[in-house]
Design a protein around this ligand. Structure first.
Ligand SMILES: CC(C)(COP(=O)(O)OP(=O)(O)OC[C@H]1O[C@@H](n2cnc3c(N)ncnc32)[C@H](O)[C@@H]1OP(=O)(O)O)[C@@H](O)C(=O)NCCC(=O)NCCS
Length: 134
């Protein structure tokens, strides 16, 4: 039987766990970012997903300080993909962002993730814009 996955809003984590998961998810070298410092100062919250072997999913929820929350960096460990953990992260983020008083949850993503965000997570399409600054 699969390990049950536990989701926690603002759950504790070690920077190294998130750095490792992020490097695996976005296929880059291992960084040494201080996620705890940055998120505790700037984010509305985050969701951790854990099974008995450790951190298997993470999502950062940034915000405007009022009614708009934004999904940033939804990441799921390769070993548990396509088992509903990504949707579990977004469900928990959605519930907790609403409980924090937000009215809207935003996300942007590449074409290949349309099915994940639209069909599985329940986002609807909207116009959005982007400018590369550096
Ligand atoms: C995107 C990601 C978070 C999805 O996590 P996951 O736990 O595998 O997703 P779920 O199991 O909850 O997926 C639910 C449904 O979404 C869709 N889906 C999930 N991943 C998909 C993918 N890579 N391509 C197309 N559809 C996908 C499927 O319909 C899936 O249901 P199915 O498995 O029954 O077909 C994960 O693949 C990941 O970490 N990717 C690398 C990092 C990344 O690109 N993050 C998004 C940044 S915007």
């Amino acid at each position: 039987m699969l390990d049950p996955v536990r989701y926690e809003w603002r759950g504790p984590f070690h920077n190294q766990e998130v750095n490792t998961l992020h490097a695996e998810a976005f296929e880059h070298r291992l960084f040494d970012d201080d996620w705890n410092d940055r998120l505790s100062r700037l984010s509305l919250g985050w969701v951790t997903a854990r099974d008995d072997a450790g951190l298997v999913g993470f999502v950062n929820i940034i915000w405007d300080g009022l009614g708009h929350a934004f999904v940033e960096d939804t990441i799921v460990a390769v070993r548990v993909r396509r088992q509903g953990v990504g949707v579990g992260l977004i469900d928990a983020a959605r519930e907790s962002s609403a409980a924090a008083g937000c009215e809207w949850l935003h996300v942007d993503f590449e074409d290949h993730l349309k099915s994940f965000y639209f069909d599985a997570c329940g986002f609807r399409s909207t116009n959005a814009g982007l400018i590369k600054l550096r």
